[in-house]
Design a protein around this ligand. Structure first.
Ligand code: PMP
Ligand code: GLN
Length: 386
């Protein structure tokens, strides 16, 4: 047995969703919307199956989708991408992450990662033979600083794995923070694998900027997107990868022997969806922002300290910031969440699950991509808890 995988616990998302079912709890844990997703896009996928789009599509993805993606990212993020040489379709962002790490890392290479980190990252880096160099981010702003980056970047750094907007914190890094990271990538000649799956889920009028667009980053960046997040249909495992041709050549070799391809009906539907009018995307953002505000206001009203969230489906509370004088280390977010799902019938995610070491243990993540009634039910269950 491979010790990296044999030693892993079951992912916290699966565990908490299982507990939510067992205890018939309101599930604000794992991140998925109550809403079934845009009906026209769903119909396209169904029609494509009936129309016979059921055999292997080209390895790099349907040309329709690669062209639609190029148009989409030119329009939304100002990127100029060659649909024939710089775009690849994968079976979810997860496959794209695995392929990028497996094809760019050689055993012994150092990889810079930020904690809290999405839980798939570390096992993939380790399985690829990478040596993780972890930056510990802290509430309430989860900011990168030169001091923190100085500790992990060196001539041995091969790549940095960066998630923006960030799960679980809901941070959307601003230009200054991204410039700081880009400067280190350029200075140490590192690749950047950018998990930007939440790029469309940003609030408060923010404009999302991809790290790839910063000076010096175009040739060294792998940008990863996910249709599951763009359209709020998380079970649709359709990932999009963007990189300059020399990088894309090696990424495609990983893809060809990981999954080779992705269901063609979903690709056809995503191609249709990516060129929908702006209105679709702005309406989605506005709806999610309303839900964020509903949950945030409700939790504040109950006495919880709610941390800022500018993107993703998530917001967090910080138990240590609630005016009680206990040491942050005295909190146990995992025990809090286990108790919550059993006794209050609300599932949430302990943010310490996103740390490999030296975890922040006072922060708890809630998913707000839910109908008002679901949010209100959760809030009613939490009354008098804070
Ligand atoms: N990266 C991050 C930061 C995520 O939050 C998620 C899923 N929520 C993924 C990757 C996985 O995306 P996909 O379902 O397309 O594999
Ligand atoms: N990304 C989702 C979340 O953060 C979960 C994905 C999964 O269940 N693997 O909740």
């Amino acid at each position: 047995l491979n010790p990296i995988y044999a030693g892993l616990p079951t992912t916290i998302f699966e565990v908490m969703s299982g507990l939510a079912r067992t205890h018939e709890a309101v599930n604000l844990g794992q991140g998925f919307p109550d809403d079934p997703g845009p009906e026209d896009v769903r119909r396209k996928a169904a029609e494509a199956v009936v129309d016979g789009w059921n055999q292997y599509p080209p390895m790099m993805g349907l040309p329709e989708l690669r062209h639609a993606a190029t148009a989409h990212y030119r329009h939304w993020q100002g990127l100029e991408l060659d649909p024939d040489a710089e775009v690849m379709v994968t079976s979810g962002a997860t496959e794209a992450l695995a392929g990028a790490l497996f094809s760019l890392i050689e055993p012994g290479d150092e990889v810079v990662l930020f904690q809290p980190l999405y839980d798939a990252y570390l096992p993939l880096v380790q399985r690829a033979g990478g040596i993780p160099r972890l930056v510990r981010l802290e509430p309430p702003f989860w900011a990168m600083t030169p001091e923190k980056l100085d500790q992990v970047f060196s001539e041995r750094t091969k790549l940095v794995l960066f998630n923006n907007p960030q799960n679980p914190t809901g941070v959307v890094y601003d230009r200054a923070q991204m410039q700081l990271l880009a400067d280190y990538c350029v200075r140490f000649n590192a690749y950047a694998v950018c998990d930007e799956v939440w790029e469309h889920v940003v609030f408060d009028g923010l404009t999302f900027e991809p790290l790839m667009a910063l000076p010096g980053m175009r040739e060294r960046t792998v940008k990863i997107s996910s249709a599951g997040k763009i359209f709020g249909m998380t079970g649709w495992k359709v990932g999009l990868v963007f990189a300059a041709p020399p990088l894309m050549k090696v990424l495609s070799k990983a893809h060809q022997f990981l999954t080779f391809t992705t269901p063609p009906n979903l690709q056809a539907a995503v191609a249709y969806g990516l060129v929908k009018p702006d209105d679709y995307f702005t309406t989605m953002r506005a709806g999610l922002q309303r839900s964020r505000d509903r949950l945030a206001t409700g939790l504040k009203g109950l006495g919880f300290e709610v941390l800022p969230s500018r993107g993703t489906y998530f917001l967090s509370i910080d138990l240590a910031a609630q005016g009680n004088a206990r040491e942050p280390n005295a909190f146990d977010d995992e025990a809090f969440c286990l108790d919550l799902v059993k006794t209050r019938k609300v599932a949430a995610i302990p943010v310490s699950a996103f740390y490999a070491e030296d975890a922040v243990k006072s922060v708890v993540r809630f998913c707000f991509a839910k109908h008002d009634a679901t949010i209100d039910r959760a809030l009613a269950h939490l009354a008098d808890l804070a």
